[in-house]
Design a protein around this ligand. Structure first.
Ligand code: SAM
Length: 249
């Protein structure tokens, strides 16, 4: 789809968007527009909410704590959110922020933190993860923000997979898999709902790998001859998935 209004700021908002609807932004977004970007009455920005597409909106009030805008015209129809599920063992702080942002840019629809035996963190600040997903969605011009789930243990994920994920197949980035190209294995999944699982910096334990590889819905793949850092592996795996069976068409 051709990029339009690429130079305008894009903000994710909760309220409905429609012809002439007034939208009043919260304090944080108002400060960003009015104080940081120095937008004033008459300036335009793009708003999206994950339901109504992207709307060109004009500032009708530029108070630093409550900017008011009016929706002028829809500039992109809403597209369905991504069906790509992404599970990962959360890393510490900045790398966790980075991981959420990159997964969003790579087009995932669901982000599922998975606690494994060697996962470095146990408690996550969910609102921080959501804020990273929103920021990345605004930047990469998608029209919906991925759903960020609360953390689950690997055992709980596998126990509930069939009931919760139906026929979805789970691509396992398995560093123990002999070095090979994942393209063939991925191409065979075309047309199926898929997910990707990336392990922690310390990798999956032997018992975890054994349990994962025994699942009928798990498709182990190699990401080549080198051991990639978890955040590198995530972007590499998402790229080959999007390029072979995803939305990079
Ligand atoms: N156990 C190793 C270690 O401690 O360095 C590898 C862990 S690796 C840093 C983190 C995760 O990235 C792995 O669990 C796997 O999901 C993925 N990964 C990294 N390199 C990979 C490769 N060559 N093939 C498949 N997956 C890989």
């Amino acid at each position: 789809m051709p990029r339009t209004h690429a130079s305008l700021p894009r903000l994710y908002v909760e309220p409905d968007l429609g012809q002439d609807t007034p939208i009043t932004l919260g304090k944080e977004q108002s400060l960003y527009l009015a104080a940081v970007l120095r937008k004033t009455v008459g300036d335009t920005v793009v708003l999206f909410n994950g339901r109504d597409g992207a709307w060109l909106c004009r500032l009708t009030g530029d108070a630093k704590k409550a900017v008011v805008l009016h929706a002028v015209e829809q500039i992109a129809p809403q597209t369905p959110g991504s069906d790509l599920w992404y599970g990962f063992a959360p890393l510490k702080t900045e790398r966790l922020d980075y991981g959420i942002q990159k997964a969003t840019e790579m087009g995932v629809g669901v982000i599922q933190p998975v606690l494994t035996q060697f996962t470095q963190v146990s408690r996550l600040k969910h609102e921080r993860l959501v804020a990273n997903a929103i920021e990345a969605a605004e930047q990469c011009e998608v029209l919906s923000v991925p759903t960020v789930c609360g953390e689950v243990t690997l055992d709980r994920l596998l126990d509930g997979w069939a009931g919760e994920q139906g026929s979805r197949l789970l691509v396992l980035a398995d560093e123990g898999e002999g070095s090979s190209s994942p393209l063939e294995a991925l191409a065979a999944l075309k047309g199926n709902p898929v997910g990707l699982l990336i392990g922690p910096e310390g990798g999956f334990s032997d018992a975890e790998r054994q349990r994962l590889r025994a699942q009928p819905f798990v498709v182990p793949v190699s990401l080549g001859p080198r051991i990639l850092r978890a955040d590198t592996a995530a972007v590499a795996a998402l790229a080959v998935i999007q390029a072979t069976i995803g939305d990079w068409r």
